[in-house]
Design a protein around this ligand. Structure first.
Ligand SMILES: Nc1ncnc2c1ncn2[C@@H]1O[C@H](COP(=O)(O)OP(=O)(O)O)[C@@H](O)[C@H]1O
Ligand SMILES: O=P(O)(O)OC[C@H]1O[C@](O)(COP(=O)(O)O)[C@@H](O)[C@@H]1O
Ligand SMILES: [Mg+2]
Length: 532
């Protein structure tokens, strides 16, 4: 491959760009992760301004600290499969807008660098030593992302050195690597779980970067949720501090869909679909008994997206409980009163509860002390069991009102399935966007669709807050309409929440009303209507 002496301006800024004085350091490692000296060495945000309050929140590039890196023609231009493509490469100035609903006087707001192949790359094919790691909880689609990274690197970029890191972050320094080839990963997308294994905890930044250095790994693809992306961010900082030519790329994974900014996370569609089987079973059981009640617990530690979408999709659900919407059991307007009324009216009912719902209520009633998993995530109490017991206790006091309650906990069964067709396509695009970015020399970024277009997002943007169901948005109202359940909030609570949301929007002018919705602008992603 022909090399060009000195790199051209790698992240060529569009016209009239000015570096904003908004530049400030972003947060260093937290959450008990073992930080290296880089932890103190906070990175700068890379913000570029333009007309009409346009802001590009750019991602780092290897040439930020290795300015003399040579570039090479992108091998994709010699790839026969791509010869039919009208425009092979993404324009260097292309950006993706976070704000999709605008008024004629609106500021243009935050933009991210558009993902995709670039005309020139910063790695020669035979120079690349790529590593892939999967961290955190399981999620349908992990194997598909691994497969498509391996196949994409081989087929599009002629890279033949790709290894898997076994068992999450700690595998970097405690396990041997697994060689990955298109042949060895050929069928893995047909299986749930991750062929690489995964874990929580065990993030030792210095040891991980030592491993990258020792093994000569110069592209690292880190697939995981919010915790993992925080870990990836500090790995990037340490790689930068040591001046290594190594692209650190994050691919967001979480069944909970709790990652901010992005349209939705892979595996979420599959989870909602799989949840239908459990809800259906609960409905069949409930319908067949006198005053039958089916309780289904679904995942969602802090965000109730799976429960919300599974409820909307099913139409058999009478009540959906999520962490974002507090509820109470006893008294007027409480859950028990509603259950009694619904049983009297319909003779049966189905309750879907997200695992993070009602945790305060349970803790109060059980005198529980907080515990955490190895990554520092709060361990949850079983809301499904607790709720089922509370309902049984309530009706025990009413012998004239016999009930039959069945509790179904399909959580791990849902998480362990293989990804469905639409998630498989999504995973493929994510993997391709990730490796195009790494080959083009970008680093320190997470890749994901924003308003239907894949973009490179700086780590801090997706780790600084979690995506949650906004219960003052229309989507939650749709759920309440479809179940006809009470909202368990007083008029005053609702007004306060609306006020809090207004404050939030005032201080985050780039955020959209529908930002929390995983389906926002999904018309572009999967053809369904959104934002109506
Ligand atoms: N604040 C943090 N800084 C560095 N590493 C972290 C941080 N939070 C979590 N991690 C690491 O990321 C990995 C996965 O995190 P976890 O919260 O278990 O899952 P997920 O990434 O799916 O949210 C763990 O190995 C954990 O040590
Ligand atoms: O594997 P564990 O530790 O039992 O995790 C259960 C948790 O994992 C999740 O499935 C996903 O969490 P992460 O995305 O943070 O990995 C949660 O919904 C659930 O609370
Ligand atoms: Mg997480």
């Amino acid at each position: 491959m022909e090399a060009v002496g000195v790199a051209p301006a790698p992240v060529a800024a569009p016209v009239k760009k000015k570096l904003l004085d908004l530049e400030k350091p972003f947060p260093a490692a937290a959450n008990g992760a073992k930080a290296s000296p880089a932890g103190k060495w906070a990175m700068k945000k890379k913000l570029v301004g333009g007309d009409a309050d346009y802001v590009l929140e750019d991602v780092p590039h290897l040439t930020d600290y290795l300015p003399e890196l040579p570039t090479f023609p992108n091998p994709l231009q010699d790839n026969s499969a791509y010869s039919v493509v009208k425009q092979y490469f993404v324009n260097l100035d292309d950006t993706v807008s976070q704000k999709i609903v605008v008024h004629k006087t609106s500021a243009r707001g935050t933009h991210f660098r558009r993902a995709g192949p670039r005309q020139r790359v910063y790695f020669q094919s035979d120079e690349v030593n790529a590593a892939i790691v999967t961290c955190g909880g399981l999620c349908p689609g992990l194997n598909t992302v691994v497969r498509e990274l391996v196949c994409g690197l081989y087929d599009m970029y002629g890279v033949t050195s790709v290894v898997g890191i076994e068992g999450g972050y700690k595998g970097f320094y405690s396990k041997n690597t697994i060689p990955l080839t298109p042949k060895s990963v050929n069928d893995i997308h047909k299986r749930g779980g991750t062929v690489l294994g995964t874990s929580r905890g065990g993030h030792d930044t210095a040891k991980i970067v030592d491993c990258l250095q020792d093994r000569g790994i110069n592209q690292v693809y880190i697939i995981g949720g919010d915790g993992t992306q925080k870990g990836a961010s500090v790995i990037y900082e340490e790689v930068h501090r040591r001046g290594l030519k190594c692209s650190v790329v994050g691919i967001p994974k979480t069944i909970d869909n709790d990652i901010a900014v992005i349209d939705k996370s892979f595996g979420f569609d599959t989870a909602v679909e799989e949840a239908q089987r459990a809800i259906n079973a609960a409905h069949v059981e409930a319908e067949s008994a006198e005053n039958g009640i089916g309780v289904v617990k679904l995942m969602g530690r802090n965000s109730g997206f799976i429960a919300m979408y599974a409820t909307l999709a099913s139409r058999d659900v009478d009540c959906c409980l999520i962490p974002e919407s507090p509820f109470y059991l006893e008294g007027k307007g409480g859950l028990l009163e509603f259950i009694e009324r619904r049983l009297k009216d319909n003779g049966h009912m189905v309750i879907v509860v997200a695992e993070g719902a009602g945790q305060d209520l349970i803790a109060k009633s059980m005198n529980f002390v907080d515990t955490q998993d190895a990554s520092g995530n709060k361990l949850l109490l079983d809301v499904g069991l607790w709720l089922s017991q509370k309902i049984k206790d309530h009706f025990k006091k009413k012998p004239h009102f016999p009930i039959t309650l069945k509790y179904i906990d399909p959580t791990y069964m849902i998480r362990a399935v293989k990804s469905n067709a639409s998630d498989n396509v999504y995973c493929t695009l994510l993997a391709h966007s990730a490796l195009h970015g790494a080959m083009a020399g970008y680093t320190g970024f997470t890749v994901a669709p924003v308003n239907g277009r894949h973009a490179y997002i700086p780590f801090y943007r997706i780790t600084e807050k979690q995506n949650k169901v906004v219960i003052t948005d229309r989507m939650w109202a749709r759920v309440l309409c479809s179940t006809n359940q009470p909202c368990f909030l007083s008029h005053e609570d609702v007004e306060n929440m609306k006020h809090d949301d207004d404050e939030h929007h005032l201080h985050n002018t780039q955020l959209l009303e529908d930002e929390s919705s995983p389906m926002k602008n999904s018309a572009k992603c999967n053809g369904s209507a959104a934002g109506v």
